[in-house]
Write a protein of this length. Structure first.
Length: 221
């Protein structure tokens, strides 16, 4: 079973990696947009992680699993990882070379959307204890059709998109926007493959798809 010590280590490592990706390219710690972003992202993450550590540690175990069993998903994850790395480096360089001039109020609004995106993700986590990081169907897993799952079939990706599409603006960079936009086709491909797996392996999922018609955006897709 996962322990609090391991959680603290992973949390601190994530904080260090994200901080390095933002501040090293900027060449300075005087990058207030990055400090604000780290606060908006990691403070909620801290409380959410310890909420599940206390109430549902098995869920955290699932979230720690990284290895995809599906070959298509493994490829998608590898490609998205490359995009993420490059995308998170660009805002720092933007700060260093002063490519963008994003008004303070726009940055703060974007921070609000980052927070909103994570709230959506948290609500999904509370509703679905099988919302793992990898695509697989576990023993005794059931279809979840309540809460946000009654609106769209993949509400977690709604939160992820809101959070990450707001990220470049929250970091004060217009230049990085196109890179973060590449996450849209990546998530679409992930959803399409994920649904193939769920239709194949999860009892009742086909019926759920008939009841909840839209995957990501109501009335659109």
């Amino acid at each position: 079973m996962i322990g609090s010590g391991k959680v603290v280590v992973i949390f601190l490592l994530a904080l260090i990696v994200v901080g390095a990706a933002l501040f090293a390219p900027a060449g300075t710690l005087e990058y207030w947009q990055a400090w604000a972003y780290i606060g908006v992202l990691f403070i909620p993450v801290f409380f959410v992680v310890f909420y599940f550590l206390k109430n549902n540690p098995e869920f955290l175990e699932r979230r720690m699993m990284m290895k995809e069993k599906e070959a298509a998903q493994d490829l998608i994850v590898k490609v998205s990882a490359i995009i993420f790395i490059v995308a998170f480096l660009i805002p720092g360089f933007d700060q260093r070379f002063d490519w963008s001039d994003v008004p303070t109020e726009i940055v703060l609004i974007a921070d609000g959307f980052v927070f909103l995106g994570y709230v959506i993700v948290f609500l999904v986590f509370k509703e679905n204890e099988y919302a793992g990081r990898t695509i697989q169907v576990e023993k005794n897993q059931k279809v979840i059709s309540t809460g946000p799952y009654s609106i769209v079939r993949h509400p977690m990706y709604v939160g992820v998109l809101v959070m990450y599409l707001a990220t470049p603006i929250a970091l004060g960079s217009y230049v990085a926007v196109p890179l973060f936009m590449l996450l849209i086709p990546i998530i679409i491909l992930r959803i399409l493959n994920e649904e193939e797996v769920l239709r194949r392996d999860l009892s009742g999922y086909k019926e759920y798809c008939k009841k909840t018609k839209y995957r990501l955006l109501p009335f659109i897709w």
